[in-house]
Design a protein around this ligand. Structure first.
Ligand code: URA
Length: 257
C-alpha cells in the first residue's frame, strides 16, 4: 500500500512550515523532489523514499516525541525485555513509529501509573535524584499501622542500603483486618514502598501507584494506556524543572494529612 502524501503535508509533518506556508514555498520554486524543482501543488511524495529539499537543503524527519501513560496490571515486568521470558509492559502498548521506554519502574507485582516516552531529556529530569517527583501509592496491608510504624514511615527509616526521606502518609481505611494506606514519596529506590512496610513488620497485599508528579491514572482502566495531553506534558516538564518559567514541583510536607 502506498504511503504517498501531498508535498505540503510532508513539509508540515517534517516541521518545515505550516501547510499554507509550504504551498507558498512550493509555488515560489524553493522546493525540489528527488532533485527536480516542483512549482505546482498536488505533487505527492512517499516519506522515507523520496528526497525533498527546500532551498537546496534536504528535509530530514523531525523526531516526534511520544508520551503515554499505562495503568500497569500485576504480572508484567517494566523492562523492554525479560531474560526469564515473563510478559513485559511493552506488550500492552500500541505499535508506534517511535520506540518508547518506561520512565522508571514498577515491580512485577505492582500495579498502576507508568509513563513511557522517547523524550530522554524529560526521562532524565524526572528520574534524577535531585529532581525526583512525588509518587503516590495506595498500599493494602494486613492489620493496622502502629504509631511507631507511622513514625518510621513518615519521618524516615533505615532500609538495608538507604535511610528513607520523610514521606506523607494517610490512612484511608481500616476494616476487615486490613488497612488501606496512601503513601507519597519522592525517592525511587528498588522496591522501596514494599521494603518500607516490610521493615515495619507488614506484608504488602496490594500496591498501586496512583500518581506521578501532577499526573493521575484516573480514567485509564487496568491494562489500558492513553497518550498524554499537551497540557499534561507541559505540567510534567514544569514539575521536572524543565520549564524555566516555573519552579520545579514543590515537595509536599510530610506527616499525616
Ligand atoms: N515501591 C515498590 O515497592 N514497588 C514499586 O513497584 C514501586 C515502588
Amino acid at each position: 500500500m502506498s504511503r504517498e502524501i501531498r508535498l505540503q503535508k510532508y513539509m508540515a509533518d517534517y516541521g518545515v512550515a505550516s501547510r499554507r506556508k509550504s504551498e507558498e514555498m512550493i509555488q515560489a520554486g524553493r522546493v525540489s523532489v528527488n532533485g527536480k524543482v516542483i512549482r505546482e501543488l498536488g505533487v505527492k511524495v512517499t516519506p522515507g523514499a523520496d528526497e525533498v529539499s527546500v532551498d537546496g537543503t534536504l528535509v530530514v524527519p523531525r523526531r516526534q516525541f511520544v508520551y503515554l501513560m499505562l495503568n500497569k496490571p500485576k504480572g508484567y515486568v517494566s523492562t523492554t525485555n525479560d531474560p526469564q521470558g515473563r510478559s513485559t509492559v511493552m506488550e500492552l502498548l500500541p505499535k508506534l513509529d517511535e520506540r518508547v521506554y518506561p520512565v522508571g519502574r514498577l515491580d512485577y507485582a505492582t500495579e498502576g501509573l507508568l509513563l513511557f516516552t522517547n523524550d530522554g531529556e524529560l526521562t532524565h529530569a524526572m528520574t534524577h535524584p535531585s529532581r525526583e517527583l512525588n509518587k503516590t501509592y495506595q498500599v493494602r496491608i494486613k492489620g493496622k499501622l502502629t504509631p511507631e510504624a507511622i513514625r518510621k514511615l513518615t519521618e524516615g527509616m533505615q532500609l538495608e542500603d538507604h535511610f528513607t526521606a520523610p514521606a506523607q502518609l494517610t490512612i484511608l481505611s481500616e476494616r476487615g483486618g486490613e488497612s488501606q494506606v496512601e503513601l507519597v514519596i519522592h525517592e525511587g529506590k528498588y522496591r522501596q514502598v514494599r521494603r518500607m512496610f516490610e521493615g515495619c513488620g507488614y506484608d504488602v497485599l496490594r500496591l498501586v501507584r496512583t500518581q506521578v508528579g501532577p499526573l493521575r491514572k484516573d480514567g485509564v482502566k487496568r491494562g489500558c494506556w492513553r497518550y498524554l495531553k499537551k497540557t499534561e506534558i507541559k505540567e510534567l516538564r514544569r514539575a521536572a524543572g524543565l520549564d524555566r518559567k516555573a519552579p520545579p514541583e514543590r515537595r509536599k510536607k510530610h506527616g499525616k494529612r
